[in-house]
Each structure stands twice: as C-alpha cells, then as structure tokens.
Ligand binder design. Sequence first.
Ligand code: FMN
Length: 324
Amino acid sequence: MPRLLLAPMEGLADDVLREVLTRVAGYDHAVTEFVRVSGTLLPPRAFRRISPELLAGSATSSGTPVRVQLLGSDPVCMADNAAQLAALGPAGVDLNFGCPAPTVNRHRGGAALLDEPELLYAIACAVRAAVPAHIPFTAKMRLGVTDTARALDCARALAAGGVVGLVVHARTKTDGYRPPAHWEWVGRIADVVSVPVVANGEVWNEDDWRRCRSVSGATDVMLGRGAVADPFLVRRIRQGGEAPADRDAEWAELLPLIGEFWQRVLAKVEARHAPGRLKQWLNLLRRNFPQGEILYTAVRAKSDVPSVSQVLAAHEIPFLKAAA
Ligand SMILES: Cc1cc2nc3c(=O)[nH]c(=O)nc-3n(C[C@H](O)[C@H](O)[C@H](O)COP(=O)(O)O)c2cc1C
C-alpha cells in the first residue's frame, strides 16, 4: 500500500491541526514542525511544546504516529539534542534541510546547508549514533540552494550518514513555494541512494498524486498544503482516488472538525492570535469548498474571539452548539 505522510508545516500544522486532520483519515505518519537546535541542550519541555503527542505515545489520538523534526547545523549539538529527544520516545527523528526562512538560513540552518554535503554527512552520522536503532531516523531535503547541482551529493551524504529514509521536496530554496515541483528529481535521487525516497511538493488533488508518483517513480508521497486545503484528499486516495469529491457531504463532515479546531486553538494560543489561526485554515479550505469561501469571507473582518465564535455559531458549527 503506498504510504501517505503529513508534512511538517511550521506555523500552520501544529499539534491542533495534526489532531484534526488525522481524524479524517490516518496518515502513515506525520512530522512535526521543526525544533530549532542552536547551541544549547533543550529541556524536554521544548520538544513537548512542539509535539505534545510525545506525552501520548507519540501519536495523535486517532493513532497517526508523529515524528519530531530537528533543525540545526552543529553535529555535536544536534546529536546531544537528538539523544535528549530520543529519551522521550518519539515515533521517529527527522532532520530539516529544506527551510528557506532567512532567519533560519542566516544561522546556517535548513536549506542553506544544501551547499555543504560534507556537513550534512557529519550531522547525519552524529545524530544516527545518538538515536537508538529502533527509532526511525530520516531527513527531508530540498533540491539545493539556488540550483540542483549538488542534489545527488546531498542525498548520498544523508544516506551514507545513516538515514533510513529521505523526503525530497522537489524544489530549490530559491524556488520557494512556487509551482512547479520538479518531481523528476525525486526519481533521480532515488536512483543513487538505497534508502526509500518519498516525493513531496505541489500535490493538491488525486490527479497531482497520480502524476507525482508516475513522474517521480516514488511509491510514497508526503502531502503539505494540499492536505490542509483538502482534509479528505488522503481518504479519497486511499479509497482508490477515482470517485469525484462530494464537497457538500465533505463540508458537512468538516463542520464539527472546524468547531473542534477552534476550541483547541482557543485552549492553546493567546486570544489575540486565535482568529488568525482559523483564517489561515479557512483561507486554504476555500480553494476546494465554496462553503469555505463563504465562511472565510464572514470571518475575515472579525478580529476578536467572541465575534469569530458568533460567526461560527451562525454557520451551524455542531461542536460549538454541543459545547454551549
Ligand atoms: C507554512 C509552511 C511551513 C513549513 N514548515 C516546515 C517545517 O517546519 N519543516 C519542513 O521540513 N518543511 C516545512 N515546510 C515545507 C513543507 O513540509 C513541504 O515540503 C512544502 O510545503 C511542499 O509541499 P506542498 O507543496 O505539498 O505544500 C513548510 C511549508 C509551509 C507552507
């Protein structure tokens, strides 16, 4: 069975959204947003803040295993922190070599390291030695910083360093998030390493999923923004991916999940940040759901929690009604 993975998305797919998305249909695993490692040994609470799932067997309540991602550039410090994380029982440890954010790259982290395959090798070796063999150890990379010249070297370095799997986000750092994703590069990378390679980038619907697998030759696909914009995509793919989406039925199923999301966001973040979190999700949902467009438009102008809750109640969000 081809595996479907939920991508790490810092500032978007935190534990709250992971919980809700994995409720619709389980992923083979999810990866957390990155934990930034820079010079110090992080306390256990730093890992549990990013992944509260660590307190619950490192899985969402519906049973999707959650792997924790680390980002950093110092092999020794990365290894020390990986050992600290490993003691908390994560479903896996993943390394980030894809983040394009200037604040991260300035400190030699994320995609900036793709110019230095020797350093990728050193980091992977050090972390591999610190993580017990029974914990899956993987990495996620882009194709390069500005071009793909060193993509194969980077993949070889990570595989030689001991990762048991690679996810390839098929764009360079310079490409940002602009389409297209160069899925053919996933296949080129798979040809030179002996570990499984997962394809990632620009899969928004069943047709993209099919084309991505066919162009890349990869069996497994990691879904990012497409999974947030269409929470049912993973389920339709698992059901064969042939039947057209019934958006009305799906929207009815989504309403209680939007309600639950709102409740969980309110319990987690400061009130002033809560409306933004909901708008962010609705902004992606409206790509696929006409009802999402209506709800997004109604919520967009609201900036305080009571007004947003009022809009949700007016849109028949069942969870809120039950909670009232
Ligand atoms: C808001 C946002 C945050 C992201 N944060 C991370 C991250 O923390 N770690 C990581 O490896 N990739 C991160 N990514 C990249 C995604 O995991 C994924 O590789 C990328 O979005 C391409 O997949 P997609 O086209 O299916 O969205 C992020 C992407 C987005 C849009």
